[in-house]
Design a protein around this ligand. Structure first.
Ligand code: AMP
Length: 372
């Protein structure tokens, strides 16, 4: 699930564009069904918020129709005010026409009431109202709303034409106001042996974060011969990934054990796209998010040598056999490396040169951590 920051506030995805398009289709169909055959309605969109809805609606409306727009500014900030400021009128002759108002959202109904009265004072044949969203808890007027796309609770929304102080109209889905994330959550990324564990140990102290290494948790379980350890051992020994479901559940448990943390450094997780999606959804439930993926970039040949060297003292069976090490890289290249694109598309990817002294690399990572 996605969280967007707009100006100073945070919004989480609330209605997907697929759901929106189904709602709009249904509305257009119902309106057409209820009109007499041959009737050519004049749709009147209330700008600015309705422009996307109106465009999609008339594309779905299967019959002759006209469209025009009026503009009334009635919003400032996130709460509806009672002053309707401006009207840019209709130029068409609307005498004896069927006028159908298209609204993006009706909350108190103040704006709509003004418009309704203006149209009722003209000699039109009939007046109908279509609203994509409706907030029943705050609606204060006696107005018939003929068609409602979706009734929603009284929380501020943006996207699909609706804005928060000018921004957010271009989002294709609807986002709802949410509480500000409190945590700093970072995915420390990179191929096996890149130095994630070493750096995470230093950075968790510096930034007061909880370090979760899924590899360490598995090894702890193997050592203690838990059920999870027995299950994971055969995968780890072969250099294969442990199945997603097992790993995701384990990760959630580790996070939940530390629910009062300032944030987490995730080391070795996510390693597949489905793990990344599960992590996003899991954090969004807590009104949290990944602030960034910070990747240590090191060439593979250098890493194999490093891991073999580490294997002399680490006691890890998967560090001593070159074939198993190569398999870990194969797993990384085929399943994990693509996560760079996943976080890049969220604008959350930061690549760091992972070759240098431990201190130099901590310094490079800190520069990014400070901005997240
Ligand atoms: P690491 O200590 O991060 O190199 O992980 C060691 C091994 O633990 C990996 O080769 C996998 O077998 C397993 N493992 C660790 N994290 C994950 C994960 N996120 N998904 C699947 N397997 C994992």
């Amino acid at each position: 699930m996605k969280i967007k920051k707009i100006h100073d506030l945070y919004f989480k995805q609330f209605i997907t564009n697929e759901e929106l398009s189904n709602i709009v289709k249904t509305l257009a169909y119902q309106v057409k069904q209820d009109l007499p055959k041959g009737e050519v309605p004049l749709f009147v969109g209330i700008l600015n918020g309705c422009f996307m809805f109106a465009a999609d609606f008339i594309r779905e409306y299967n019959g002759d129709c006209e469209i025009s727009f009026v503009k009334l500014a009635s919003y400032e900030g996130t709460s509806s005010t009672d002053t309707v400021k401006k009207l840019i009128g209709i130029n068409e002759d609307i005498t004896d026409r069927t006028v159908i108002i298209l609204e993006d959202i009706i909350d108190t109904g103040t704006t709509l009431h003004e418009i309704y009265e203006i149209f009722r004072s003209k000699n039109i044949k009939q007046l109908k109202i279509v609203s994509l969203f409706f907030k029943p808890d705050v609606f204060r007027k006696e107005l018939p709303i003929d068609y409602i796309g979706k009734s929603i609770e009284d929380k501020f929304i943006v996207g699909y034409g609706l804005d928060y102080n000018g921004l957010g109209r271009n989002l294709p889905a609807i986002y709802q106001l949410t509480t500000q994330p409190k945590m700093k959550n970072i995915v420390l990324f990179g191929p096996p042996g890149a130095g994630k564990g070493t750096q995470a140990t230093l950075l968790k102290e510096k930034y007061q974060l909880v370090h979760i290494s899924t590899g360490d948790v598995f090894r702890f379980n193997i050592k203690n011969e838990t059920e999870l350890g027995v299950l994971a051992k055969k995968y780890i020994d072969a250099g294969d990934l442990v199945p997603d479901e097992v790993t995701i559940n384990m990760l959630k448990e580790e996070v939940n054990k530390n629910s009062d943390a300032n944030g987490f450094i995730f080391d070795g997780f996510p390693r597949t796209e489905s793990q990344a999606k599960a992590l996003d959804a899991f954090l969004a439930e807590k009104n949290e998010r990944i602030n960034g993926m910070v990747a240590l970039e090191v060439a593979e040949d250098l890493l194999v040598e490093r891991i073999l060297e580490r294997g002399k003292t680490s006691g890890r069976s998967d560090d001593t056999d070159e074939e198993k090490i190569r398999n870990r890289f194969n797993e990384y290249n085929t399943k994990t490396a693509i996560l760079k694109d996943y976080y890049e598309s969220q604008g959350n990817f930061y690549g760091i040169d992972g070759v240098g002294s431990i201190e130099e690399i901590t310094e490079r990572l800190s520069k990014v951590f400070d901005t997240l």
